[in-house]
Design a protein around this ligand. Structure first.
Ligand code: AGP
Length: 616
């Protein structure tokens, strides 16, 4: 997920672009760049790896020539690590055309080989440079930038917002969007494009939304929007209600609120490009079939929330690969004498890719002869660089310390890995695999439904419980790690005692904690899965209710047995049991965030915590 901005008007564009990018940094911040058509009609471009400040300082010391037409980009790397060369804009047509992009072009490899065959030289690893070369090739034929866009976008598959400008056309910026956001800011004698209104809200609150598969051309005098066939389309105008500071969070009250709202997109983007005709094929694992067919053990290592994703993943990995799986806290693994071999696959999970405990454990595993695979949300981070293989999650930048969208993306990535390895090993029935893929592809919509139907009620519940001093969480099977995750979120956000247990463990001690009024969340397994397990969890609820507990059950729609047992029931859509964790965790993220808000705490930066623990 990247931040993009375009400007045409009477003012010098560099400061406008840089200020807009600084409000978009939450969308991506591993590299940044701008391009400007200067007063002499030349196109100047500067881009730098690192945060926006690196680019700003570079421009301060060696500025680009002034110009009133410009585009800017702040990147969250997907294809190609965060380097100067991979930063946007990318140039084409003898450096007279500049292009920036947000999204993933899934078929860029075949398009790239077509262009290489025509002698096009590439200077980066990105999919964006391929799009730039294609637009440049078309532009040379017609001299019409909009027509060039129209010829190219129909060949691009995946998700993209593209902006481009050509030095032949000062005062013109063209954009196109498919499955990725783009909005227009309407000024007085000037106009803007942005990945969201944060890009231009300090200049204008008048905006136009661009629909799917549409192309927009902005000049200082006006805006033209057409569909991919060239037919003009009506666009919906709206007034931006946010102020500039709220816009930095995309209008949300906190980055965490924004990131919870992005959980559907995080799952969808992690899936994208990895399922073909019902089969999971992870491109990053090409060429590893022989190794994956030969492994005899999988060890998952991580910390915190990432470790809970690994615990959920264990169920899927063992079910679909039939390889024994252990999950271990990285900092524990690091200081014991594990039995590893070249047939052990050590899978690390890390949002930041910089967690020192996990990094040191990965290095230790490699030193002991194991192969390592990194599941990571940050392109080019240290842990992926230290690993033999990488499966990136595509949750976009996660700014809030409490990990939410990355968590559901991590589970998604492990499920994809399990189905990929299961297919390679012939361990999973193809019919079962297709059913699992269908279930996985339905998850984004189901998470969105939980957010739509339950969020307000859960936030209300959290406000009522603002004075709570302790909350317990129970779960069983794949629901057990979700109970642990719910407890961790409450600890780190609301600073209260919270503990997760395996529901079956209750009678082995924890039930002594139950006293009148004790709030307990229970993640109830689907009755359509193991009826016996469902029955046992419902009786757990009855046991603790009998001792005065206040039970909030998370149960699937239609599960009637839980109603008489619980005080509150939060509903999740029907899903196959293996996929329920992805839905059941959403109410717990909302609840923890709501309780922290009710207590007036800093939701995004809780006390004593850092987003990435880069010390052991
Ligand atoms: C989760 O909400 C916490 N912020 C923390 O447990 C985090 O998951 C853990 O530190 C691992 O971080 P990583 O995914 O960046 O490695």
């Amino acid at each position: 997920m990247c931040g993009i901005i375009g400007y045409v008007g009477p003012r010098q564009s560099q400061d406008i672009l840089l200020a807009g990018l600084s409000r978009l940094e939450y969308r991506g911040y591993d590299s940044a760049g701008i391009a400007v058509i200067d007063g002499d009609g030349g196109l100047g471009m500067r881009k730098r790896a690192g945060k926006l400040a690196v680019l700003r300082d570079d421009l301060a010391s060696t500025p680009l020539a002034d110009g009133t037409t410009g585009i800017g980009h702040t990147r969250w790397a997907t294809h190609g690590g965060p380097t100067d060369a991979n930063a946007h804009p990318h140039l084409a047509d003898d450096d007279k055309l500049a292009v920036i992009h947000n999204g993933i072009i899934e078929n860029f490899a075949e398009l790239k080989s077509e262009l290489v065959g025509e002698g096009v030289a590439f200077h980066s690893e990105t999919d964006t440079e391929v799009a730039a070369a294609m637009i440049g090739r078309e532009y040379v034929r017609t001299g019409d930038l909009v027509a060039a866009f129209r010829a190219v976008v129909s060949r691009l598959e995946g998700a993209y917002t593209l902006l481009a400008m050509h030095e032949d056309h000062p005062g013109l910026v063209v954009g196109a969007r498919r499955n990725s956001p783009l909005v227009i800011g309407l000024g007085e004698g000037e106009n803007f494009l942005g990945s969201d209104v944060a890009a231009f809200v300090e200049h204008t609150r008048k905006a136009l939304a661009i629909g799917q598969d549409e192309i927009v051309a902005i000049t200082p005098e006006g805006v033209e929007v057409t569909d991919f066939s060239g037919a003009p389309v009506e666009v919906e105008a709206f007034e931006v209600t946010w102020d500039a500071s709220a816009a930095e969070k995309g209008g949300w009250s906190s980055f965490m609120a924004k990131e919870v709202s992005e959980e559907p997109e995080a799952v969808a983007n992690t899936i994208r490009g990895r399922i073909h005709e019902g089969r999971v094929e992870i491109p990053e694992l090409d060429g590893m079939d022989a190794f994956l067919a030969d492994i005899d053990r999988i060890l998952v290592i991580a910390c915190g929330t990432a470790a809970y994703a690994g615990m959920v993943g264990k169920y899927a990995l063992e079910t679909w690969t039939r390889v024994p799986v252990d999950v271990e806290l990285a900092h524990e693994f690091r200081y014991r004498d594990p039995v590893l071999s070249p047939r052990t696959l050590v899978v690390s999970i890390s949002q930041s890719g910089e967690t020192m405990d996990t990094l040191m454990a990965v290095k230790y595993a490699r030193s002991r002869g194991a192969k390592t695979l990194s599941i990571c949300n940050t392109q080019g981070a240290t842990i992926p660089r230290e690993s033999d293989a990488i499966v990136y999650t595509h949750a976009g930048p996660e700014v809030a310390v409490a990990s939410t969208k990355a968590f559901v993306a991590q589970i998604t990535a492990i499920y994809l890995l399990a189905l990929h390895v299961g297919r390679v090993r012939g361990a999973v029935d193809p019919v079962v695999a297709v059913e699992a893929v269908t279930e996985l592809e339905a998850v984004p919509g189901k998470i969105a439904r939980v957010l739509e139907t339950e969020q307000a009620r859960i936030e209300q519940l959290a406000h009522w419980m603002a004075d709570t001093r302790s909350v317990l969480f129970l779960g069983r099977n794949v629901g057990y790690p979700i109970a642990l995750e719910g407890a961790l979120k409450l600890k780190e956000l609301a600073y209260i005692h919270a503990e997760g247990f395996a529901a079956g463990e209750l009678k082995h001690g924890p039930i002594a904690l139950i006293e009148p009024g004790q709030p307990v969340f229970v993640v109830v397994p689907s009755p359509r899965g193991s009826a016996e397990m469902h029955k046992k969890v419902v009786s757990n609820i009855e046991e603790i209710r009998a001792r005065g507990a206040r039970v909030i059950a998370i149960a699937e729609e239609g599960d009637a047995a839980v109603l008489p047992a619980a005080d509150e029931v939060l509903r999740i859509p029907l899903a196959a049991p293996m996929f329920e964790p992805l839905l059941a965790v959403v109410p717990l993220h909302i609840f923890a965030m709501g309780l922290a808000e009710a207590k007036g705490l800093d939701v995004d930066q809780p006390r004593n915590l850092a987003k990435s623990v880069t010390v052991e």
